[in-house]
Design a protein around this ligand. Structure first.
Ligand code: ZN
Length: 197
């Protein structure tokens, strides 16, 4: 399994290249993604949460990667067309459409990407939003905006919660066998060097 991080104009996009290709979040333009993937191999686009900066290019990805399904929590799908709860309004977007449900797979905690040969499972990471989900793949955690190299995600946006954030930070501390974290913004970092402030 190889991981490539692309620092997109909206968020970091992490690309897992294994027997299949998994793209984590959709915040970098399609031209940047296409440089590093074989488009027929892309089977999964995982949205860590439905903040606009994480799915700004999703429609373009779906057009380009015809074999891919979008994995996200049910809560993330439910608000995908909501300007306020996706914070799309902050980015000056006035209208959003939900994507075709046939391209979506709603995921729950502890489910896995079945066709990815590396050991993996999803983990709920609420707090930044109520729809936030992480992916553990081998010893890597794709954590969205739940935690960053120097702290954790803000909890003052719609559906954010301080209480849930506290719960999630404890949960991450107790995850076993995680070595590296891949966040939605900023640098990738070793979990043992994570500065929780
Ligand atoms: Zn966010």
């Amino acid at each position: 399994m190889k991981i490539i991080t692309i620092r997109g104009d909206m968020c970091n996009v992490h690309i897992i290249i294994s027997n299949i290709v998994v793209i984590v979040d959709a915040g970098a333009s399609i031209s940047e993604i296409s440089k590093v993937v074989n488009k027929d191999s892309v089977k999964v686009i995982f949205l860590t949460h439905s903040h606009y900066d994480h799915f700004a290019y999703l429609n373009e990805y779906l057009k380009e990667f015809q074999n891919a399904k979008v994995y996200m929590s049910q809560q993330a799908y439910d608000k995908l067309d909501n300007i306020e709860s996706t914070v799309a309004n902050i980015f000056g977007v006035r209208e959003l459409k939900k994507i075709d449900k046939s391209r979506v797979k709603e995921i729950k905690e502890n489910e896995s990407i079945a066709n990815l040969e590396d050991k993996n499972y999803f983990v709920r990471l609420q707090g930044h939003t109520d729809c936030s989900m992480g992916l553990v793949a081998e010893d890597n955690l794709f954590c969205g905006d739940a935690i960053f190299e120097n702290g954790f995600g803000r909890y003052d946006l719609p559906t954010g919660s301080f209480e849930e954030t506290t719960h999630t930070l404890n949960k991450i501390r107790n995850l076993h066998n995680i070595r590296m974290c891949y966040a939605g913004h900023g640098k990738n970092f070793y979990i043992k060097e994570w500065d929780q402030n």
